[in-house]
Write a protein that binds this ligand. Structure first.
Ligand SMILES: *Cc1c(COP(=O)(O)O)cnc(C)c1O
Length: 221
């Protein structure tokens, strides 16, 4: 992409239905870039490192209606800061982390909105539940009362064909449907956080409700 942030967003809006929440991923980009996207109407911003995000939040205090999303792997010693400073955490990737977030949310009297991160395809480099692991942890997850579990999230492995990527996203949607319709559980999971610059059209096709875009808006990192 060679356009300005405003031009890139204008182009993107032609390809993204209004019903899909467009989250601008600003890791490594400066606060100035966030302001430019804000001026073009974006209110959802995502960061993947706590300290980097807190520095930018500090610089952007004059923009109080920004909704911040955390999308990085969350180390347990940063969990408290994540809850304090991010209304959304997309990357709850283990039962251990979920339990910790639940306890801290109770202490802080917050109810963070969460997605459960799932590895729909084998990927040694990624965090998240496999499908089998998630099914077996569901009874414990259901007991966590301080979290608002809103949906599922995935990051696909690199180097897939379009067909494989579409299949991966559809797998996340089916999993969501199965969990939601399962008679033993009482989950309400409207959100599917899936799709990045390289694959968001496929994610939208498969039913994404939140897409996380960095490079198509801000240029290469
Ligand atoms: C960096 C990142 C994105 C955005 O990736 P782009 O290729 O810049 O669109 C989306 N989701 C997660 C979890 C990321 O870490």
């Amino acid at each position: 992409m060679t356009g300005s942030i405003a031009e890139n967003l204008a182009k993107l809006r032609q390809n993204v239905p209004d019903t899909v929440r467009l989250i601008a991923v600003t890791k490594t980009f400066p606060s100035k870039a966030i302001r430019a996207a804000y001026d073009s109407g974006i209110r959802d911003f995502a960061e993947s490192r706590i300290q980097e995000a807190l520095d930018k939040q500090e610089e952007l205090q004059d923009l109080p209606d920004i909704c911040w999303h955390f999308i990085g792997h969350l180390q347990s010693n940063k969990a408290k800061k994540a809850i304090a400073h991010f209304p959304w955490i997309h990357t709850c990737d283990s039962l251990k982390l979920a339990k910790r977030l639940d306890r801290l949310a109770g202490e802080l009297e917050k109810t963070p909105k969460l997605c459960l991160q799932v590895k729909v395809l084998p990927d040694a480099d990624k965090y998240g539940w496999t499908l089998e692991e998630l099914w077996s942890d569901l009874p414990e997850i259901e007991k966590l009362s301080h979290l608002e579990i809103c949906g599922l999230m995935t990051i696909l492995p690199m180097g897939l064909s379009e067909e494989e990527a579409l299949g991966g996203f559809e797998k996340l949607r089916s999993l969501r449907d199965e969990i939601q319709n399962h008679p033993d559980y009482n989950f309400n999971l409207p959100e599917l956080s899936m799709g990045m610059s390289a694959d968001y059209p496929l994610a939208i096709k498969a039913g994404a409700t939140m897409i996380r875009l960095g490079r198509v808006i801000f240029g290469e990192r």
